[in-house]
Design a protein around this ligand. Structure first.
Ligand code: M6R
Length: 611
């Protein structure tokens, strides 16, 4: 989603702003722009498409604007209004420029009011009401800061914005729900959509609280809370992780992130398993209570992780689990008398649907636990308790290592609740921890099957429709496989529980349609294989991804990739983690074969901060 940057007090401000925008590219965008002050004149540079387009325009002016000390910039992910230059931020009104992330929900109403005042709109964005309101207010007050505060009072929705006025080298910023971070430099100050993006320029950051607004000049930052009171917020030291953000010789970030999963999971597991073989998870902080259940809310891939988590938690601890899409939970007046705890799962920690679901749960008096990859993200900061996945920055829009690390955390939660509630023996618990530590190494073995998935990808790359099947604990993997494939390759794909095929989806099968099934030996494999035979009989082109144990049972399936079997008692339990690798590799290689933009697929954003 949109990325915001603002820099005040630093020479070559536009160049630095461009670099920050580059670091925010992962969020997804379709156009970008800069506004800056040169001799008290407001100027803009805007371009459609990738940042390179903006960079080329900037380079033609670079010498001329080297001494510019104040700039704001934006990568736009269109919500209101088409991807055209007029709608590209910064949006101007007279000598004011604004960049904005989120949605101004009452923009229609404000637009009408402004039109009555003869204001002429030049864009179809919701954002444009902000600079116009500021202009009008400036005429009345001649005070930029007061004008901005009056606009904050007027606009509704979830947003973050930054504004500048040509008369002064200062930046006004405000945030409600959408993220915004201030960075403290030596003789300059910065604002960005996340801490990582500005970490090359500053060592200290301040996270604005929800509803905060602030004014920045080159030496000073003044923050105000929702009651318009001056406040101090904690300064946090950050270290730049940007050397991690290289592709390390891989063609795409996604490819790198798939292959680094063994190392990532070593970190995740290391953070969960204490030296004395104890899991660093505290069900008491999660408010897990006898006779009460847990609701898990998440979106996209994180939601599929939640579905797997339900299987594990209910299987081992017998605590009832209700899994919901965050975007549905918030608005459906959920009955919560049976639930004492909510877990939210979010890689970015910024998905607005999940943040809002968590706020709703808080309002309903549930204790909230966040499983997130980003410390100090909005979700982390608002949750009662957080467990980090420690997957490191994930740049590819498609979730890969964040998914497997979420699964590790969920399975560990299941086992910790189970041992606390005396649902499993201490031997079983210790055996789990012993086997958990073997997972990273085992993932490397599955990754070594890469060539087989390339071949599989080559044989399905021209298909128009592809089905994914799974049963039991692998049903969510069928959904995840289909999501990965559709978002990366733009091939229509759907995931189904194998047992559901006969209730409708089987009608879709026509001669040659690829059907990819994930299979593990979980006691239900015979039933899954029968479902597969039904699809085969109707002309489906079956691709089976199965563990070795099923080899004898699947002799009549021609296209198969056999993944090694894990430790006897744990093979099916860990299978969703293992099958994630084929799901990811298939989607990756199909996309690569088709030449799509793997790391930044069309229309998608890494951090979904609008509803
Ligand atoms: O950051 P989150 O985990 O909250 O993001 C949730 C979804 O937007 C995300 O998983 C999305 O579905 C990915 N593009 C899937 O690859």
């Amino acid at each position: 989603m949109c990325g915001i940057v603002g820099i005040v007090g630093k020479n070559n401000a536009c160049k630095h702003a461009l670099n920050v925008l580059k670091n925010l590219e992962y969020r997804g965008y379709d156009s970008a722009g800069l506004a800056f002050l040169k001799n008290n004149d407001l100027n803009t540079i805007k371009a459609l498409g990738k940042l390179n387009e903006l960079k080329s325009k900037f380079e033609t002016l670079e010498e001329e604007i080297k001494d510019v000390l104040i700039a704001i910039g934006h990568t736009r992910w269109a919500t209101h209004g088409k991807v055209v230059l007029e709608n590209t931020h910064p949006i101007l009104s007279e000598n004011i420029a604004v960049v904005h992330n989120g949605i101004i929900e009452n923009h229609d109403q404000i637009r009408l009011e402004l039109k009555e005042k003869k204001v002429i709109f030049e864009t179809t964005t919701d954002t444009e009401v902000i600079p116009h309101l500021l202009s009008i207010s400036m005429k009345n007050t001649n005070n930029f800061f007061n004008a901005c505060v009056s606009v904050v009072d007027k606009i509704e929705g979830a947003y973050a914005f930054a504004a500048i006025h040509s008369s002064k080298e200062e930046i006004f910023v405000a945030r409600k729900t959408s993220p915004l971070v201030l960075g403290l430099g030596y003789g300059y100050n910065i604002v960005g959509s996340d801490a990582q993006s500005i970490s090359q320029l500053v060592n200290e950051v301040i996270y604005l609280n929800d509803g905060d607004y602030a004014i920045l000049n080159k030496t000073k930052i003044q923050i105000y809370d929702t009651n318009n009171m001056k406040v101090e917020r904690e300064k946090i030291n950050i270290k730049s992780n940007y050397n991690i953000l290289s592709k390390n010789g891989y063609k795409h970030f996604m490819e790198k992130e798939i292959h680094e999963q063994p190392n990532v999971l070593i970190n995740t597991i290391g953070s969960l398993v204490r030296e004395e073989n104890e899991l660093n998870i505290f069900p008491e902080k999660m408010n897990i209570k006898k006779n009460y259940g847990i609701t898990i809310c998440a979106a996209g891939t994180s939601h599929y992780a939640a579905m797997v988590g339900k299987y594990w938690i209910e299987k081992f601890s017998s605590v009832p689990v209700n899994v919901e899409l965050s975007s549905e939970y918030r608005y459906r007046n959920p009955a919560t008398s049976m639930y004492s705890s909510m877990i939210v799962i979010s890689q970015s920690g910024e998905s607005i649907d999940t943040l809002m679901a968590m706020r709703e749960a808080k309002r309903l008096n549930l204790k909230t636990t966040a499983i997130t990859n980003v410390e100090n993200s909005s979700i982390d900061r608002e949750a009662d308790y957080s467990i980090y996945t420690h997957a490191g920055p994930e740049v590819g829009v498609a979730s890969t290592k964040s998914f497997t690390s979420q699964l590790i955390v969920l399975l560990s939660i299941a086992m910790k609740i189970a041992i606390n509630n005396k649902k499993i023996t201490i031997d079983k618990y210790n055996d789990f921890i012993k086997n958990l530590k073997l997972v990273p190494n085992f993932l490397s073995k599955i990754l070594s099957l890469n060539e087989e998935f390339i071949k599989l990808a080559q044989s399905i790359k021209n298909s128009q429709n592809i089905l994914y099947l799974g049963r039991g604990i692998l049903y969510p993997l069928a959904l995840e496989g289909a999501l990965k494939l559709k978002e990366l390759s733009y091939i229509h794909s759907e995931g189904f529980a194998a047992g559901e095929m006969k209730h409708g989806p089987i009608a879709l099968i026509e001669e040659g349609m690829p059907i990819i099934m994930f299979l593990t030996s979980d006691g239900m494999e015979e039933k899954s294989i029968s479902n597969l035979q039904e699809a085969l009989a109707r002309g489906g082109n079956i691709f089976l991804i199965s563990d070795k144990k099923n080899l004898k049972k699947i002799h009549n399936i021609q296209n198969k990739v056999i993944v090694p079997s894990f430790q006897e008692n744990w093979n099916d339990i860990f299978s969703p983690i293992f099958m994630s690798i084929p799901a990811q590799l298939i989607a990756y290689h199909v996309a690569r074969e088709r030449g799509t933009d793997v790391d930044q697929p069309r229309n998608l954003a890494k951090s979904v901060t609008v509803e």
